[in-house]
Structures are given as structure tokens and as C-alpha cells.
Design a protein. Structure first.
Length: 153
């Protein structure tokens, strides 16, 4: 199960005690914010894209939207999100629980500048009813991100 894989992955950083599991769904930004008890912008949503043959994840603030011009300038291609049915197979987590923790080998993670306005954010933790509270330095470390980028408006 993807939740267990993400939890085990976060254990190596001593952060498993920060993982929250909910009785209700947290599969959307709005539902996650309600479950966590924070503003939607603090939910660190993980968006999955295909760049050439690579799967990339962009972790962005819950209220951010991908800016196509910025994306194209960064990746030299149009933004092409993974199809719903591709996500779990390529990333290792199903839609609603996609996160940068315990992903399949070869998946490249980026953090978007839209997150920098917060001290703490709440990404999912591998399932549609989980989240984990992380500071930005913790998110940077645990996500294994390649870089901080600016592709959202």
C-alpha cells in the first residue's frame, strides 16, 4: 500500500509521528484543508507531469495554478499532466494521495516557489486520507527535490 511505503520512507527522517490519517477523504486541496484544519493554500499539492519520457512531480501551494508560459520556459515543452490511469503506475501513489515520498525510481521532484510563503505545509502521505506536517527545509530534504522552480501563478 502506498501509504505504508510513504510512512516507511518518512521514518528514516524521524518524521513518522507527524503523519495524520483521517476518517474522511483528504483527496482534494479543499478536503485536505478541512481535515488538517488549515487554509487551502498550505496544502502542498503534488502535480504529476510527463516531460519527454520522464515522470516529474511538482509540489506547489494549494492555491497555485500552473502558468503555461513559465512551465514551457522551465521545461521547454507544453505542460502535459499524466492521465488519471497512468499516475499510480508511474509514480507509485494513486490520485488523491500523490506525494513526493517513497515514489518510484526515476521520478523527478521539483518544489514550486509558491510554497515559500509558508513555514509549514501539509502534503499528502500516499493515500487519499492522509497528510504530514513539514517545514520547508524538511520538505526539501524528504522530497529529494532536484530544484526549486517557479512555474505557478
Amino acid at each position: 500500500m502506498a501509504f505504508d511505503k510513504a510512512k516507511e520512507y518518512l521514518k528514516q527522517f524521524g518524521l513518522e509521528d507527524r503523519i495524520m490519517e483521517f476518517e474522511t477523504s483528504s483527496a482534494t486541496v479543499e478536503l485536505a484543508a478541512e481535515a488538517v484544519g488549515c487554509e487551502p493554500a498550505r496544502i502542498a499539492k503534488t502535480l504529476s507531469f510527463k516531460v519527454e519520457e520522464n515522470c516529474i512531480l511538482i509540489v506547489a501551494a494549494g492555491d497555485a495554478k500552473v502558468d503555461n508560459k513559465k512551465y514551457k520556459a522551465q521545461f521547454h515543452t507544453k505542460a502535459k499532466m499524466l492521465a488519471f490511469e497512468e499516475v499510480e503506475g508511474l509514480v507509485g501513489h494513486a490520485v488523491g494521495g500523490v506525494c513526493p515520498f517513497g515514489v518510484k525510481e526515476g521520478v523527478i521532484v521539483y518544489l514550486d516557489e509558491s510554497l515559500r510563503r509558508f513555514e509549514k505545509v501539509y502534503p499528502a502521505c500516499g493515500s487519499g486520507n492522509s497528510a504530514v506536517e513539514l517545514t520547508l527545509p524538511e520538505l526539501e530534504q524528504t522530497s529529494g527535490c532536484r530544484a526549486w522552480i517557479d512555474v505557478c501563478k
